[in-house]
Design a protein around this ligand. Structure first.
Ligand code: APR
Ligand code: ZN
Ligand code: ZN
Length: 362
């Protein structure tokens, strides 16, 4: 069968505006699936691809926070079949790498993507963002990137679990191990930080302190479950968090900005033997300087959270179910739904600070 022609949003070159182009989707080969995309959120990582911050493998097929319906599967695919409603993940675990063999598949070091390439009409191979490429009517992925969830959930809501919202919730519940009665502080209340707040709330944290430099973000954070807010432009966040925790600091502090200053705040705002979770993604030139004696003397653990240390097959269906039961408001993360041709404007709006997520709905 011939490849199918569909629309897709590509980043053609460094800092060039995105374009809607016709892309060719091959039939799924062994272990692959073609998914009809229903919704795809606009994430900072898509913007980083466009800006050249991730690699130079232009053109990129952008979009990676998506849900949709499996249209066709290739040879040997048994976990999903045509008609299944799925969230796309960028952690299709291999089962054979050293992390998987140690029983820690959420760290899998050899995750699967489709083997075949999607292309432009002239045959130019596309690099799909995070091995997904879902700002498109359809996309080709490894079947393991398709995680089945309850099909009655809204596609726009479900897709968000594919990246940013899972990263935040997972930073709290998987990496941070937040439990009932814990005090938690979250520095940076964008989509990821707010998801960490929602995750901490879900896990039964007794106190959830939201820190941001923008009052609008703090107002939103309260609706996500923050019990206290600190504007760190006006107030020293380390002192404020200590004041709110009996003078000691929080049990778990989640850094959802990705900067050395905010990491230091997280480091000193945690109680002795507490946990710092870095989920914000720094840039290559950033350096961290800390007295080594403080690293030793304050004890505890300093962790990074990759994709919320999630295991899609375990976490996506569970979080969708909690949402459907009214116990986790994932819809609150969808600020607006947009058309496929509005991705560039959505990138602009990201910077204005009034959007948690713009979601392309197809
Ligand atoms: N102190 C506190 N908050 C800050 C600071 C600071 N110095 N600088 C920025 N912020 C806040 C912003 O006001 C905003 O609310 O951090 C938030 C960042 O949110 P977004 O830009 O919406 O980013 P988000 O999608 O939440 O991602 C946050 O996690 O996965 C990573 O790559 C992602 O590094 C990014 C981070
Ligand atoms: Zn593996
Ligand atoms: Zn993302």
């Amino acid at each position: 069968m011939a490849a199918q022609q569909v629309r897709g949003v590509i980043a053609p070159g460094k800092n060039e505006p995105v374009q809607i182009r016709t892309i060719l989707i091959p039939d799924p080969g062994p272990g692959e699936a073609v998914v009809k995309v229903q919704a795809c959120g606009v994430c900072h990582t898509d913007l980083h691809y466009k800006q050249g911050g991730i690699s130079d493998d232009y053109p990129f097929l952008l979009g990676h926070e998506a849900s949709g319906v499996v249209e066709a599967v290739g040879e040997g695919v048994t976990d999903v079949e045509p008609g299944d409603f799925v969230i796309l993940n960028w952690r299709a675990v291999c089962g054979q790498c050293r992390a998987c063999l140690r029983g820690r598949p959420w760290y899998c070091f050899n995750t699967h993507n489709a083997q075949q390439k999607m292309t432009l009409e002239d045959g130019t191979e596309l690099s799909p963002a995070l091995g997904i490429g879902a700002f498109a009517d359809k996309t080709l992925v490894a079947a393991g990137q398709c995680t089945k969830v309850d099909p009655s959930v809204s596609p726009a809501v479900a897709g968000l679990l594919g990246c940013g919202v899972m990263a935040g919730i997972g930073a709290a519940i998987n990496t941070g191990g937040v439990g009932r009665g814990d005090s938690v502080a979250v520095i940076g209340c964008g989509g990821v930080g707010d998801a960490a707040i929602a995750g901490a709330n879900l896990a039964g944290a007794a106190k959830i302190i939201a820190v941001d430099i923008d009052d609008r973000k703090l107002d939103k954070a309260r609706t996500m479950g923050a019990t206290h807010t600190v504007n760190s432009k006006e107030t020293d966040p380390v002192e404020a968090i200590r004041d709110l925790t009996g003078g000691f600091g929080a049990d778990v502090v989640i850094e959802a900005v990705g900067r050395p200053e905010t990491y230091k705040q997280a480091f000193y705002a945690r109680d002795l033997a507490g946990t710092v979770v870095l989920v914000g993604v720094p840039t290559p030139e950033m350096k961290l300087e800390l007295p080594l004696l403080d690293v030793f003397g304050r004890g505890g653990s300093l962790k990074s959270s990759w994709y919320g240390d999630c295991l899609p097959s375990r976490d996506f269906p569970m979080l969708v179910d909690l949402h459907q039961q009214g116990r986790l408001d994932l819809a609150a993360f969808v600020t607006e739904t947009i058309e496929l041709d509005a991705v560039e404007q959505a990138f602009d709006r990201m910077h204005q600070g009034d959007v948690l997520r713009s979601v392309v709905v197809l």
